[in-house]
Design a protein around this ligand. Structure first.
Ligand code: KG4
Ligand code: ZN
Length: 333
């Protein structure tokens, strides 16, 4: 089985060709980071126009790299939500048009499901696991019983973890997106120098809150003795440690509560070096298996969308061509 998958939910245009036996045959991502740097964040209209520009040549390129013609596709898939409506509609419309033209099934994929299952790419079975999705738009803990069988345990009440990294980056005058830059600067910093809040750590549930942490950084800035590189590194390390501690402790508590033996971590923030280290240590101590999405599948990509589509295709679960974008599509209801 071979699928073409498109992803255009936010500011990355991506296309991939996947095969059920051989995994990802070709995948490309066109990032708009440079473009959005000027505005310090994503401008939806600008993002949408870029998707329109990149998508067609990208589809041609991935098919060429996979060495396949359109006629070899068994289905065409695209992200239908959650995300920016004007961005989603570019990939979704293209996928529906291709599927209709080829007379092949169309599969609308939930972006969060793409992230959630990416640690298992490209396996044919999804084992029961506790999933942590940490990205720029989402922070949630999900009990995965198997493919398509998910239970939401908790999510953020305000900012997503990646959003907190990006907003703190902006406060510190760092380039967008702040996450990778803070990760790098924090390596030389002292994580114990500033005591930032660990919001909802003892709330007794699996909910998160990161907006207070961002505010705490804002209040600290005018009080800093200096703005040296070393001080900046200490702020980054201390902030990052607060995020990592909350994510690690809540994930371990959720793993205990769900009884799952595998912890599956995905999303852009799961690239974070300190988070990976902290989760590895905690899982080893608890005797749990840690499955981290490989780095190229952590940030937005079409491979993870195609992976979900392959599972849906194997089950004959297609979407109607009338399926529309759903900017607030909840994974579990
Ligand atoms: O999964 P993703 O590409 O987009 C969403 O679906 O939201 O994640 C992007 C987010 C951004 O907020 C970015 O700052 C963050 O992931 N990120 C990181 C790192 N790499 C990317 N955050 C912390 N440390 C990193 N190394
Ligand atoms: Zn994402």
């Amino acid at each position: 089985m071979i699928v073409l998958a498109l992803e255009s939910s936010c500011d990355e245009t991506a296309a991939a060709v996947l095969c059920s036996e051989r995994g990802m045959l070709a995948g490309e991502v066109a990032s708009q980071i440079e473009l959005h740097r000027a505005t310090g964040g994503v401008v939806p209209e600008v993002a949408s126009r870029q998707h329109l520009r990149h998508l067609r040549p990208m589809v041609t390129a991935v098919l060429e790299r996979a060495g396949l013609g359109l006629e070899r596709l068994d289905a065409v898939a695209a992200t239908a939500g959650p995300g920016l409506a004007t961005s989603l509609m570019i990939g979704l419309s293209a996928a529906k048009g291709l599927a209709l033209g080829l007379g092949k099934p169309f599969i609308a994929v939930n972006h969060i499901e793409g992230h959630l299952l990416s640690p298992f790419a490209f396996e044919l079975e999804i084992p029961p696991a506790l999933g942590l999705v940490v990205s720029g738009g989402h922070t949630l803990l999900v009990d995965i019983a198997g493919f398509g069988d998910y239970r939401l345990l908790g999510q953020t009440r305000d900012d997503a973890a990646g959003e907190a990294f990006d907003k703190v980056g902006k406060l510190l005058g760092l380039p967008y997106p702040g996450g990778p830059v803070i990760d790098r600067l924090a390596r030389t910093g002292n994580a114990r120098r500033f005591d930032f809040p660990r919001s909802m750590l003892d709330s007794g549930d699996f909910a998160f809150s990161f907006s207070g942490l961002k505010t705490a950084v804002r209040y600290l800035l005018p009080k800093l003795p200096d703005r040296s590189e070393a001080t900046l590194a200490d702020v980054c390390a201390s902030f990052q440690e607060a995020v990592v501690e909350v994510l690690t402790r809540k994930t371990m508590a959720a793993a205990r509560a769900s009884g799952r033996r595998i912890v599956a971590v995905s999303g852009g923030v799961s690239c974070n070096g300190r988070l990976r280290e902290s989760l590895a240590k905690a899982c080893a101590k608890a005797g749990l298996e840690l499955r981290l999405a490989r780095p190229e599948l952590c940030t937005d990509n079409a491979g993870m969308i195609g992976f979900v589509a392959l599972h849906r295709l194997a089950r004959g679960q297609y979407s109607p061509l009338t399926a529309d974008v759903d900017p607030n599509w909840h994974l579990t209801l």
